[in-house]
Write a protein of this length. Sequence first.
Length: 685
Amino acid sequence: PYSAADRGWLRYEPRDSLQGLPVWSRIFVSEWSDTVEAAVRELRYGIREMSGQSPDIVVGGESLAQGAFIRCATVRESLPNELHSDLPLQDLNEEGYLLKHVADKENGGCLYIVGRTDKGILYGAFHLLRLLQMEVPAERIDLVENPRNPLRMMNHWDNMDGSIERGYAGRSIFFKDQRLIEDDGRIRDYARLMASIGINGISINNVNVHEAETRLITAEYLPQVARVAGIFSAHGIRLFLSINYASPMQLGGLATADPLDSGVRQWWKEKAEEIYRYIPDFGGFVVKADSEHRPGPFTYNRTHADGSNMLAEALAPYGGVVIWRCFVYNCMQDWRDRATDRARAAYDHFKPLDGQFRDNVILQIKNGPMDFQVREAVSPLLGAMPQTNQMLEFQITQEYTGQQKHLCYLVPQWKDVLDFDTYARGEGSTIQRVASGELYDYKHCGITAVINVGDDENWTGHTLAQANLYGYGRLAWNPDLSEAEITEEWIKQTFGTHAAVVEQLTTMLAESWRIYENYTSPLGVGWMVNPGHHYGPNVDGYEYSVWGTYHFADCHGMGVNRTVKDGTGYTGQYFAENAERYESLDSCPDELLLFFHHVPYTHRLHSGKTVIQHIYDSHFEGADGVEALIERWRLLEGLVDPKRHEAVMGRLRHQAEHSKEWRDIINTYFYRKSGIGDELKRMIY
Ligand code: GCU
């Protein structure tokens, strides 16, 4: 490692399966590059830590070694026939790789890592180390991998003063005091962690681009940004920046930022040329425009297509892309107005523009139509624009799911989203096939997420929140991986292979999302958090506000009527199969009932319970569930190092207390509103 930070899942603790064995004595590579260097350094380091033996690195030499060896190669090189036989090397894509053990009596066996490019070698090296950490015998290794998503991104919401919007793990690892941090040890370790899970694009600054960050694309900062981009580059990652749509005015002194103004267009073209002089592999711009008071093309009566195409035109000569966010809605709504529905906004704004965007524009769409709630419907915009590149946005940082003080493993939630069938082109038109570009022939697409790291020693505040970071990367690489596979990989690498550790932690992670949902806002209605920072219960916190996030509870019932029949019409944005399922009370799934319908407290769920009894039961269960998490974690005392054990226990204890606060406030609120008591006569205030 380059810094003293927690190693995350790149821990490389000694492994019994590798001790005392004659492991690989040499690592052969034909050609050197920054990326190959990152790969072989990692291999040597990981193998040394796990086995106690340190292989030599041989560049350009004949791979005739005494003893076993590893050979890293690209498909351009001549390779032994065994590799060609049953493994389709020609099927490797630009980032794909083959890992194969070839037995050799004289030499003791060779492990081949073959990529189409150096990036494949890097990913292959990390994959091999993952298997070794999981104690998979080397002789059994025989696989080919290609990432399913072309773009696998992280979005930082870091500000240049070092603060992080919705950050719960310390300060920024990139910025401090309006500058980029000079000591790049932490950034290098971060790049290793990201490369190990296949991340290939990272935007380093907040989508809300304030005064200081607007200047990141000027000569004052570009040399510093280029330094970080260089570290990323060696790890197969392209750097992106969030930009201020009004830059031509703020930086260029122009009187307008109108996308159809020739002076504005010229300004951006020159700006792109300048950026690429510093950063030849610059990824492009992430843009939040006309959203939550950010500037955008609406000011000039232009569309989002006009705005994004203008930027895309400037980046096109260099292969850059514009990632344009669809989080556009009226954030000055009147709570008295029941017809306006924030959930409808993204679809209403963007769907009519399908086909009008340049092919290097990608629309970035949050997984749900509201804002990363513990449970909400899947955005109907995803899959609804056959002629426009789309990418999916998740939130790893736990803004609404416990802010990394509460344990909430989000992989199950993301799996639900990825497997959701839009029916856009008939059955099987899943979200993962939209994002990967399999459904429509997108030129650019993939998955991105708001990251949860900061400069806390353990990166994520809650050590177990590292699982969300890891799991997101693995799903972005391959959305077909199961929750169980991802969880097992993460636990074994991070906490070792002891059976009890794997068993208890697997259960804790698997149950944590449902537990959190149980004691917070019920049945998909969302919110009920304190305004502003969004932590802790406040049922009416947003009820009479401008943000468009309401539950409409009165003495009879609650929920948002989003039906076509007599509600906001939102259900009509889905393709027929889903539209019908959500429209009807008979087929609407319980967990989203209050997202789609306003019902009396006495309405009976498919589970057989009334809504009010469900609220009471789930809230008692949720708080009890946290006690059960504590019991499981207690069993791992002595099996997990004391430092991490105590730190996690501290967070769980806080969660237990806080979940009771949630439980009692929600239960009391609905008892007082409805006047209906708990059938089980438990304590409600
Ligand atoms: C949420 C979040 C903001 C963020 C915004 C966005 O509303 O609370 O902090 O800026 O999403 O995604 O742009």
